[in-house]
Design a protein around this ligand. Structure first.
Ligand SMILES: [Zn+2]
Length: 357
């Protein structure tokens, strides 16, 4: 006889609990039961009505990036103990081997490309984080060559530094699966955090070179190197210009462990993080891949392209970043063309004429 009363009592208790939660300022809907957001979930850029509104949001995103990467508070910058050695000379440029310690006892390796026959400088200097090429910073094939890019920069009168992703080439003390267990992630210790710290220290290394102009520092990279570029740009104000390539996306947000710090994109996307740079007017999100050879499949999935076969269903995801930057400075449009030559041009212009950016 009493059975029908039990469900009614449960409903009554639940509804009273919801009302009490609302009175306490808690939302009526538990978002933990909502649709799970993945790296492929389509993102939108928020409507921004004023510069002040964006700067407030950008500050929140910047702090969120730092916390997510385990860099809040910022670790102590210990001595790099940089070693530059085994110089070789070629037509218009030199190459040297480099290693230094981003953290005491942890070594990061790379190659330093410098102009030859163009005086003693100081020269603009460009960081070149590489993407997920099988041969890392030493990849040299028709689709892309990190060495060719750096030689190109050096022959144009710029210092270029290419450095390893964690677990690639000579930086092999820990693998590219570093800190992938729940305990580390719970404490915001991650592969992405370590690589982002490496990029900060790589900028420190460039600044320490006597032939580098500290006011004309830049960064460019493709794929995973594009992610490293805009992550560095979001939290480090020292760069005169940055050109992240293919990863400023409204859909695919980066599929590797090194692109996914804990909680990074719960509320924000690559588009917003890229626009967070303290020097937003100097951000050049480029839509083509690093070699200027458009790939419809890649560009549709990752970022729409203006190549010969652009997927019509896609819109340009880097457009919101450019629009935002344009609102800050109209002549921004100069560097937005796609492709490696445009990347080189944008960096060259940005580095050579810092006062106009
Ligand atoms: Zn990776």
């Amino acid at each position: 006889m009493n059975r029908p009363i039990f469900p009614a009592l449960v409903l009554l208790v639940l509804s009273n609990a919801l009302l009490a939660a609302e009175r306490n300022g808690l939302p009526a809907t538990d978002q933990r039961g909502a649709k799970v957001k993945t790296l492929d979930t389509r993102r939108t850029f928020p409507e921004i009505s004023s510069r002040a509104q964006w700067e407030t949001r950008a500050r929140e995103i910047r702090e969120h990036v730092l916390v997510s990467c385990g860099l809040w508070p910022m670790p102590e910058k210990t001595p790099l103990h940089a070693k530059v050695f085994d110089r070789v000379e070629r037509d218009g440029y030199t190459i040297e081997k480099v290693h230094f310690q981003p953290l005491p006892g942890f070594y990061l390796a790379g190659n330093l490309y410098r102009p030859l026959g163009k005086g003693a400088g100081p020269f603009p200097a460009i960081l070149n984080p590489h993407g997920h090429w099988r041969k890392g910073r030493l990849e040299d094939q028709a689709l892309g060559s990190i060495a060719a890019r750096c030689i190109n920069f050096a022959k144009q009168g710029m210092v270029a530094f290419s450095y390893d992703m964690v677990g690639y080439n000579d930086t092999s003390q820990v693998p590219h699966t570093f800190a992938n267990d729940p305990t580390n992630l719970l404490w915001n210790i991650s592969l992405m955090g370590l690589q982002t710290w490496n990029s900060i220290r790589a900028l420190d290394f460039l600044e320490s070179l006597p032939d580098v102009d500290k006011k004309r520092l830049a960064c460019t990279g493709e794929s995973g190197g594009g992610t490293q570029t805009f992550m560095l740009g979001a939290i480090d104000p020292r760069m005169a210009v940055q050109a992240p390539i293919v990863m400023v996306s409204h859909s695919m947000q980066g599929g590797c462990l090194c692109e996914n710090a804990p909680g990074l994109r719960l509320d924000y996307s690559n588009m917003e993080i890229a626009a967070t740079s303290p020097n937003l007017r100097r951000v050049r999100p480029l839509t083509s891949n690093a070699v200027g050879a458009p790939s419809p499949n890649t560009s549709c999935k990752w970022l729409p392209d203006r190549g010969p076969n652009p997927p019509s269903a896609c819109s340009d995801a880097s457009a919101p970043v450019r629009r935002l930057a344009s609102a800050f400075r109209p002549e921004y449009r100069r560097g937005r063309a796609a492709g490696r030559s445009a990347s080189s041009k944008a960096l060259r212009q940005g580095c050579r004429r810092p006062r106009r950016w």
